[in-house]
Design a binder for this molecule. Structure first.
Ligand SMILES: Nc1ncnc2c1ncn2[C@@H]1O[C@H](COP(=O)(O)OP(=O)(O)OP(=O)(O)O)[C@@H](O)[C@H]1O
Ligand SMILES: [Mg+2]
Length: 310
């Protein structure tokens, strides 16, 4: 693995006096709507994760906010001084590999440049071989391309446990690995779930369909817990594109009931996310005081306690 090339961008923790959401232990469904304040739910049973940690960001529903959550959570964690590896496990063309800038080794010609697909098909490739630096201090990236789809169709031997095998090697000094899954419950997503300790489920805060889809995801998570990875837990449900509404309140309530041990984190809506994507910048860098970035920052504090905090 190479170290950061070119200029490094230091990402700083956000100021405490910026208005964060409150933290409560239960989603409030009973107060009058006008006096209801959206908040972050941290159930009394929730324990912050230990390091090192692998987190899969999953929801088979397209456009739920997985990629945004993966990147912005990673940015919040590096701002806290943690060393983070982001893995793009989505074969779609419009994925994190297109959004995030990263550095290919300048001395490697195109055919020698390896990506996530090679980890499944070439036994000589290691995770370090496909982990590249980004412009952001502490953030490293594993890209993927549409060929990754071959894992879903050809199902190479050991697909389910491949990522787990590579991530269990005590080699690389990463505090947190975040896997951005594609919109499917196929072999790639299962392989990410088998390799992880935590799942984070982004759900569009105003989509009834996303809530229904969460039941199918729960079945897959239970099956992975039962067969291959008993330590897997749903650490958080992120309510993406969040705006205060009766529907968002109802959906938050349903999800808090479905995942009683998970942190429920509203990530407030921001048009600046689309602008940041066009500019190939994380929101955290493009618009450092956008409320969505603040929400992911607060989420990082809750999910990791004071680990890495400056
Ligand atoms: N908090 C938010 N506020 C406003 N828009 C958001 C928010 N989070 C995500 N979005 C927008 O929603 C769209 C989908 O987000 P994203 O690409 O993160 O979803 P995804 O689950 O990764 O999609 P896919 O399933 O296709 O991989 C994007 O255009 C993004 O800009
Ligand atoms: Mg995505």
């Amino acid at each position: 693995m190479r170290e950061t090339q070119g200029q490094t961008v230091q990402v700083s923790p956000l100021s405490d006096d910026l208005a964060f959401l409150d933290i409560v232990t239960e989603w409030d469904l009973s107060s009058a709507y006008h006096s209801w304040k959206p908040s972050i739910v941290v159930p009394p049973t929730f324990l912050p994760g230990t390091l090192p940690r692998v987190i899969a960001i999953c929801n088979q529903k397209g456009g739920a906010g997985k990629t945004t959550t993966a990147l912005e959570l990673a940015m919040s964690l590096i701002a806290r001084g943690l060393r983070v590896r982001l893995i793009d496990a989505d074969p779609q063309e419009a994925c994190l590999t297109v959004w995030l800038r990263y550095f290919w080794p300048e001395d490697l010609a195109e055919p020698a440049r390896k990506s996530l697909e090679h980890l499944y098909f070439d036994q000589t490739v290691t995770l370090q071989d496909i982990t590249y630096p980004t412009p952001y201090k502490g953030l490293y990236f594993v890209p993927s391309f549409p060929d990754l789809e071959d894992v879903e169709t050809k199902h190479p031997t050991g697909t389910d446990t491949n990522l787990q095998y590579h991530l269990s090697k005590p080699d690389d000094g990463f505090d947190v690995t975040i896997i951005d899954c594609g919109p499917s419950l196929g072999p790639l997503t299962v392989s990410a779930l088998v390799a992880s300790q935590d799942v984070i489920i982004p759900v569009q805060a105003a989509s009834g369909l996303d809530v229904r889809g969460a039941a199918a995801l729960n079945r897959t998570i239970r099956s992975v817990q039962g067969r291959l990875n008993p330590q897997l837990r749903v650490a958080s449900v992120v309510l993406t594109d969040f705006e205060k509404s009766t529907l968002a309140r109802q959906i938050g309530g349903k999800l808090a009931k479905a995942y009683p041990n998970a942190v429920i984190l509203p990530a407030r809506t921001s048009v600046r996310i689309g602008e940041a994507q066009l500019d190939k910048e994380p929101l955290r860098v493009f618009a450092p005081t956008a409320t969505t970035g603040l929400d992911y920052d607060r989420g990082a504090s809750v999910l990791f306690g004071n680990k890495g905090a400056a």
